[in-house]
Design a protein around this ligand. Sequence first.
Ligand code: ACO
Length: 368
Amino acid sequence: MSPYAHITGWGMAVPERVLTNHDLAQIVDTSDEWILERTGIRERRIASDEQTTASLATDAALKALEMARLNPANLDLIIVATSSPEYIFPATACLVQDRIGANRAGAFDLMAACTGFIFALNIAAQAIRSGDVRSALVIGAETLSRLVDWKDRNTCILFGDGAGAFVLQADPQRGGLLSAVMRSDGSGSDLLSVPGGGSRHPATLETVEQGWHYIQMKGREVFRFATRVMAQATQEAVENAQLTMEDIAIIIPHQANMRIIEAAARSMRVPIDRCYVNIESYGNTSTASIPIAACEAVQNGRLKPGDPVVFVGFGAGLTWGAAVAQWTGPFPGTRPGLPVRYRIYARLRSLLKRLLRRIDALFLWSDD
Ligand code: ACO
């Protein structure tokens, strides 16, 4: 029988720097009242100059591995869902793989905007169900503050930086990820995009002058789309897991706008307090919002082992999706992990490999 993909570890990392609505009102023509009433956001976290998508992802990953008591060397797969990767290539996931010393893991990025974490969770769970992968690390990580036009009040009020990670491990007992729905509609690709810097509009002086390297968004249309699809995807995923909405202990939605979450709860006919909401403190952290909210829900006692939980999100693409899981927790009997040591070993190992590669190149050079 196929093993189930259990969620055995979780961790989050957010920058210390807080940007409040009052701070934003000093930069653009907006107010705390407008932002709070229209979005539910009070403040968001902004990465320091030293922090990047990979550094936040690494911090969250090490916490998740510590929780799962899993040595990174035992990981088979790392997926980083992100819309703000460090580079077009190499994948941010490879940078994380190197920094944590996951020397056996295949690593790649997945780009499905804010729905990315749900897609990544499903792909990792399917790899575990197939039997090829025993343990996987799924990360949602963003530094969207670097893609935001700080002169555009339509977008700069919404986004924040952060990362969240889950460890998935195989076990024959029913639990973990039970079902998932993944959907997309590219006809809405113009509603939310970063048009510059890709192969369609390579970076030029003109693209930079036009601001095409910033997030462009048709907010109202994204809003309408989001309220339509959140309930649909949730209900389909719940049915596929052979559960009913009454069975679901908690819904962890993508934290984009409080009014979207309220509208989705109404369509699902569930009380709003069944949804976990922390948008007030972090804004929209895109692929990181669901794992960050899940970490906080566990910490606040809202999500406990055995609880059926729904993760549901939407984003650019357009993409949307939902996943149903039975929350597990660390497998019993495993020894505590040592994340600080893993970080140091990984750094030494990486330096040594770089040095060996240089020596290798020297010999190749001398052969010519
Ligand atoms: N402060 C003050 N006024 C503002 C601001 C602001 N920050 N932003 C817009 N306004 C003004 C507008 O100019 C407009 O004025 P007008 O009527 O004179 O033209 C008025 O407020 C109303 O604007 P709307 O766009 O209708 O405001 P709305 O209530 O729709 O809220 C918002 C805008 C918050 C962007 C909302 O549409 C929304 O949340 N949409 C979804 C966006 C989203 O979730 N994006 C992320 C998707 S996930 C991903 O993939 C990254």
